[in-house]
Structure formats: C-alpha cells, structure tokens
Design a protein around this ligand. Sequence first.
Ligand SMILES: [Zn+2]
Ligand SMILES: [Zn+2]
Length: 256
Amino acid sequence: MTFIDSHVHLADPAFDADRVEVVERARAAGADALVCIGESLDAARRAGDLAARYPGFCHFTVGIHPHDAADFVEERDLAGIRAELARGAVAVGECGLDYHYDHSPRDRQRDAFAAQLAIAREHARPVVVHTREAEADTHAMLADAGRDGVRGVLHCFTGSRELARAALDVDWFVSFSGIVTFRKWADDDLVRLVPVDRLLVESDAPYLAPVPHRGRRSEPSFVPRTIERIAGIRDVPVQALAEATSTNARRLFGLA
Ligand SMILES: [Zn+2]
Ligand SMILES: [Zn+2]
C-alpha cells in the first residue's frame, strides 16, 4: 500500500541514531510523504532541514506545543513561526490545549493557541491541533477559527464525538494514530463517524507504536498497521482507505 504519515516527530532526538534508516523503511513500507512536526521553533528548524534534505517527501510544520505554552513569548515566537512559514512550513502546529497534563497554565495555553490560530489565518495555512481533556475550549476556539476560514486537523484524536463533529462542521480533518490498534481502544464508532474525505492517519512517532509494535519506538513504517485496523473497523478495502487518507493529507497540507 501507499500512504502518507500526516504527523511524525522525525526531528526528535529519538531518531538521531538511525534517521536515514527510518526514512528508508518508511519508503519501503509505501510512504509517499511524511509530515514532520515542528512542535517548537527548534524542532521546526530541524524538521525544515529534513524537508530540504528529502524534497517532496518530507514536509514540515512549525508551532508551539501546549505543553510549552508557559514559555510562549508572542513577539519572539510569532516571528519564529513566520520565518519557518516563509521557509516552506506547510502548517502551523502542533498547537492546542492539553488539560490532562497541564504542563502549562490553561490561560497561557489558550493565549498561545489563539495566537497560532490567528497566524494560520493570516498566512492561509492549516493548523495541526493537539487536544486532550480540553473539549469545551477546543470546541469554542476551533469553531471560531473555522468560521474565519482556518482549516486544520485534530491529530491523534481520542476525544468525544461532539468535538469531532464540531471539527467536521467547519471542514476540518480528524487523524487517528496507533491508539486505535490497542486492546483498550473502545470507540470504533468514533472511527466510523469521520467521513472518508476527512480522515487522516499518523504515526505520531516516536510515540504510540501500533500493535504488534506497541511499547517500542514508533516510526512511519508502522502506519500500515493503523490503516489496516481503521479499514477493518470501517469495513472497507485497505488500499482504498490508504489512498483516501493520502489524498486528504495532500489536500489539507497543499502537497504536490
Ligand atoms: Zn500531540
Ligand atoms: Zn505530535
């Protein structure tokens, strides 16, 4: 099968020892493209270097993760994000709200997220959104942004059907990771709820390796396991689902 990994932290130090091999294994497994997430300005710079090294295959994003929102300095960080967008970043993010870990105060998370939604709108780029146990605020903020024409994806989504519907209502996408292969996963209806033209898949590597690799470092070459699981849940051919999610990733991120 061919596929696009819509969310991989390939610039993460977890891949420093064997990044070239990880890319080779991704291609051998059928990857057409990887969207390398810059979850900080530093990570985005490194992800941008990967995009330059693998043109047309690696693409990159730039944003400030909600975990780091306490350190968000609007003037400095928006300038940094603008610089990476000018260098070719395909999206703003990952950004969003994480009230599970609460690594940053919630008001600071909302401020950083709002600023990044605004810069996405200004630059007409999609947003990659991380949301966990922050349903009401995520709903309100994405609905507002969506009405203003911002498009995006709820990545590694495990939230409520209501929040998924709110995203779909403003033409956003929903992405699933290896979590849907875990034995404890119990929301197949959520996977069925997302229309085929709004569905993305991702490794979120180095995290969340799908079964049967669970517990190991994840990598893009494992994404077919997640695609197979989603195809099984939705009772559709694996290849058709892989192609649809690739088309969707190309459309959202504006890939050639
Ligand atoms: Zn995330
Ligand atoms: Zn991520």
